[in-house]
Design a protein around this ligand. Structure first.
Ligand code: SF4
Length: 135
């Protein structure tokens, strides 16, 4: 299955299981820093996140929450349904950044120096033999 197919399949699977209770939003340490989340309320923000997973445009508060995610993972143990809420957020963030070919719904920051930085860090941690194989 392609990555896009995997994103679609997992989005549909998790969106079907999610009740939209908003427990993940309530637990999220970044929620207070995302514009409009507090005013919208956790259930409405979760509903907007589900809309993104279902090919929708979400809501401003849900998009702010999706964009603010720092992958703390605190949302996952907070889910009463036992869902991997952190993965749902990751799927929503990929989608909102245009991973499926649609225009981005949230700002996308590109680091053109990403690969050189990874290589520079790897040179500090890998043996010369590993470097010759992988870099
Ligand atoms: S992922 Fe879990 S905690 Fe978050 S809205 Fe869905 S059911 Fe509730």
């Amino acid at each position: 299955m392609s990555l896009a197919g995997h994103i679609r399949a997992e989005s549909a699977r998790l969106a079907a299981l999610c009740t939209g209770c908003g427990g993940c939003v309530t637990a999220c340490p970044m929620a207070p820093y995302a514009a409009g989340v507090e005013a919208a309320g956790p259930a409405a923000v979760a509903a907007g996140m589900l809309d993104v997973l279902r090919d929708g445009a979400g809501t401003p508060a849900a998009l702010a929450w999706i964009a603010a995610c720092t992958r703390s993972g605190i949302c996952t143990p907070a889910c009463p349904e036992g869902l991997d809420a952190a993965f749902m957020l990751r799927l929503a963030q990929w989608r909102a950044k245009g991973a499926l070919g649609t225009p981005p719904l949230i700002p996308v920051r590109e680091d053109t120096q990403y690969s050189p930085k990874v290589k520079a860090f790897a040179r500090l941690t890998l043996t010369e033999e590993e470097q010759s194989r992988w870099l």
